[in-house]
Design a protein around this ligand. Structure first.
Ligand code: GDP
Ligand code: MG
Length: 214
């Protein structure tokens, strides 16, 4: 395998969506490969830094995990404003969180227009009692002209795939500057997870690109 290309630009990623949908759990699983059954509520905004390798490129990610509660809602736009990737997360076992997707997606489009990579994420795909079907997810993503994926924050591979999807589709307009060919060092996305796209994951389906004509 060739050495990855390191990029100098930090890619800002923001998670939005109603409270309890699993935003913090997705961030935790991606950054630290762990899952907490009883995750404490996020107050305000949490921040994580992750080095991520996708294909042959090493990205530096800043992950901003916002709180979904009503009293914190006014904070989210200022984080979304200069983000390149926004995950709009709902809990597929709670229809009310899916209904709230319009609110969050409108805010994202208002702040960032079509330039941003927006991914509609149906989380908790490991749980049996879904109130929102895969078809509804797909239809909503078509309507919102965004990417979509089902995830389970309990499953690292599913979480990694949603980040990979977004990173692979970063627009050419992103000023990513390649600085050097570098050996991988200690980034946490070593690519040795034995994962192959589309296979080997439980409880979810792979995403399709449905949108985002530029
Ligand atoms: N079964 C299951 N539980 C999850 C999943 N994601 C989050 N949770 C749980 O749902 C609750 C809320 O998660 P949290 O990450 O705090 O949601 P947030 O408010 O959107 O940040 C926590 O008890 C998590 O353990 C998931 O994919 N599957
Ligand atoms: Mg949270």
């Amino acid at each position: 395998m060739s050495a990855p290309t390191e990029t100098s630009t930090t890619v800002k990623v923001v998670l939005v969506g109603d409270s309890g949908t699993g935003k913090s759990s997705i961030a935790l699983q991606y950054a630290e490969k762990r899952f907490e059954e009883h995750k404490a509520f996020t107050l305000g905004v949490d921040f994580k830094r992750v080095d991520a390798r996708v294909d042959d490129t090493l990205y530096r990610l800043q992950i901003w995990d916002t709180a979904g509660q009503e009293r914190f809602r006014s904070l989210a736009p200022s984080y979304v404003r200069d983000a390149w990737i926004v995950f709009v997360v709902y809990d597929q076992t709670r229809a009310d969180t899916f209904e709230a997707v319009d609110y969050w997606a409108d805010m994202v489009r208002h702040e960032r227009g079509k330039e941003v990579i927006m991914v509609l994420v149906g989380n908790k795909a490991d749980l049996p009692d879904a109130q929102v079907s895969y078809q509804e997810l797909e239809d909503k993503a078509t309507e919102l002209e965004c990417f979509f994926m089902q995830t389970s924050a309990a499953n690292y591979l599913m979480v990694r795939r949603v980040f990979d999807l977004a990173l692979r589709n970063l627009p050419a307009t992103l000023p990513i500057q390649v600085v050097r060919r570098a050996s991988l060092g200690n980034d946490n996305q070593s690519g040795s997870d034995g994962e192959s796209d589309g296979d080997g994951e439980k409880g979810g389906k792979s995403a399709k690109r449905v949108c985002c004509r530029s």
